[in-house]
Design a protein around this ligand. Structure first.
Ligand SMILES: CSCCC(=O)C(=O)COP(=O)(O)O
Ligand SMILES: [Mg+2]
Length: 241
């Protein structure tokens, strides 16, 4: 159980915090993997796709005229290594958006998550997401869940493009600025990855580590960060204006 935290904003990670890692690495990655090549070839006029492909080629040292097959081979190797590169996340997000819209994908959350998010919202706290998943992918993933359409719960979405890398303090400063520069002590970040919590703490935020049983970081060293195994053990009250 954490001490009672006082805040205005609760910012949450997705993978390992809201959802099981397998929801991303198995369900979502398996959905995206065979669709990356066709998606690239079928959307030659979509600037988001062409920009992502150009960035992937540059990052991977491929020639500008490299084939889609070569690009997909790079993307599959990045997915195997769980490299959360922004252009990969952009393409995955578009594919997942299609999957959620067509009801081929549905998100499932740890059972404590949605009741607690609703309770914080009811208590007057504002909720935001900071994930490596693209903003488009995040929003789509909350649109079709086993608990209905949850998009209304969140006031802001942040990813590695509009905030920056998740382990870097400046990304948390960028999020704070985008939220209207609240006192950093009125921000709480919840994540399963200690290095991400370090980034938030370095910007002055409160942090809570999620060491959910069976998840990859369950036995990690969370250092000075408070650690829980469920949202039920996180107590946050709304700070006064
Ligand atoms: C539909 S959002 C998918 C989330 C994702 O792609 C991902 O890599 C999760 O990373 P996180 O930063 O939330 O741990
Ligand atoms: Mg995570």
């Amino acid at each position: 159980m954490t001490d009672t935290l006082t805040a205005r904003w609760v910012v949450v990670d997705i993978e390992g915090t809201l959802t099981a890692t397998s929801q991303v690495h198995v369900v979502l990655y398996d959905y995206a993997r065979p669709r990356l090549g066709p998606w690239i070839d079928e959307h030659p006029d979509d600037d988001r796709v062409t920009a992502a492909v150009a960035e992937i080629k540059e990052d991977a040292g491929l020639a500008a005229d490299a084939s889609t097959e070569d690009v997909v081979s790079v993307l599959h190797s990045w997915m195997d290594a769980d490299r959360k590169a922004s252009p990969l996340k952009a393409l995955q997000g578009l594919i997942w958006e299609h999957g959620y819209t067509h009801r081929e994908l549905i998100s499932t959350y740890f059972p404590d998550v949605v009741p607690q998010l609703r309770a914080w919202k009811t208590a007057g706290l504002d909720l935001a997401v900071f994930s490596s998943g693209s903003v488009a992918g995040q929003i789509a993933s909350f649109s079709h869940t086993t608990e209905g359409d949850l998009r209304e719960l969140f006031d802001h979405h942040f990813d590695t493009v509009n905030a920056g890398p998740k382990r870097v303090p400046t990304s948390y400063a960028a999020i704070r600025a985008a939220l209207g520069s609240p006192d950093p002590a009125h921000l709480v970040f919840l994540s399963d990855v200690p290095a991400e919590l370090d980034g938030a703490a370095a910007d002055g935020w409160h942090t809570v580590g999620l060491a959910r049983p069976g998840e990859p970081f369950a036995d990690a060293d969370f250092g000075a960060h408070p650690v829980v195994t469920t949202f039920d053990d996180v107590t946050i009250e709304r700070a006064d204006d």
